[in-house]
Write a protein that binds this ligand. Structure first.
Ligand code: OAD
Ligand code: ZN
Length: 241
């Protein structure tokens, strides 16, 4: 902790990269842990363009259910600390794989949602993109109001490419980051892991927060083993008192 205190001061450029684990204590199941199933399906079976092509109704039903879970969930003490970080450090960026919207609800504005957002949908043929709100859909699968085509969740599915503009913004921040927190990700998806590796290769000090080891642990400078909702408030208390 002393070590962390000495490298974290308000003038530092601090990045935070989050995964599903940070929202676990808000009651949102992680993807690969227990509870990562819906009916008999795993996330990897539904979050793909192939699954959507085959059965758009099924995929929309799953997202409608998950959006309901996210709408009812509340940001937890770990999200609150990540918001405090944004106000404390002069240079800050939050990169999240989460689509649940909890970081924004906790107050974060300097945020890039690299896997999209579950409260947003877009048309599969025209440029229409729109907000879904918190209520269950009345029509599944949902059609575009503008052109009548099928719409889809605004989410990056397995096998799809990332928004290159978003990636550029992440990498340009990570190229000169002093400290990078990696919180609650298993590191099974390669792009976020590569981002962390890149930042470390450019000199960032990487602090991981996770109750388990991940694919990030072997190159992180420090693993704070435990739940984000326990570890982060303690760390923040020590840092700011
Ligand atoms: P995973 O479900 O793969 O991993 C969750 C991680 O959170 C694991 O390493 C857990 O040990 C850790 N964890 C569990 N409880 C925690 C807690 N209370 N505090 C801190 N960590 C905790 O989720 P992601 O790594 O986010 O993609 O998965 C990456 C992507 O795969 C997701 O963004 C999603 C999925 O397919 C899309 O939706 C496009
Ligand atoms: Zn349309």
């Amino acid at each position: 902790m002393e070590n962390i205190k000495s490298i974290l001061n308000p003038n530092k450029r601090v990045g935070v990269l989050t995964g599903a684990g940070i929202s676990h204590e808000s009651g949102i199941p992680t993807f690969r842990g227990a509870g990562g199933y819906w009916k008999e399906y795993k996330a990897e079976e539904l979050a793909t363009p192939q699954a959507f092509q085959k059965d758009p109704r099924l995929v929309w039903e799953w997202y409608d259910y998950r959006r309901g879970v996210c709408a009812k969930a509340q940001p937890n003490p770990a999200h609150e600390v990540v918001y405090k970080m944004e106000t404390y450090f002069s240079d800050f960026l939050l990169i999240t794989q989460n689509v649940d919207g909890l970081h924004r609800r906790a107050g974060n504005q300097k945020i890039l949602e690299i896997h999209g957002n579950i409260f947003t949908a877009r048309c599969t043929s025209c440029s229409n993109q729109f907000s879904l709100g918190n209520e269950a859909l009345k029509e599944i699968p949902l059609k575009c109001e503008r052109c009548g085509s099928l719409t889809r969740p605004h989410i990056v599915w397995f096998g799809e490419s990332y928004d290159t503009d978003l990636l550029d913004r992440c990498y340009s921040f990570l190229a000169s980051c002093d400290v990078l927190f990696v919180i609650g990700t298993s590191g099974q998806v390669s792009v976020p892991v590569y981002m962390a590796q890149y930042s470390v290769s450019k000199g960032a000090y990487c602090i991981e927060v996770n109750p388990e080891e991940s694919t990030v642990s072997h190159f992180a400078n420090q693993l704070l083993k435990g739940k984000a909702g326990d570890i982060l408030p303690k760390l923040w208390e020590e840092l700011t008192n």
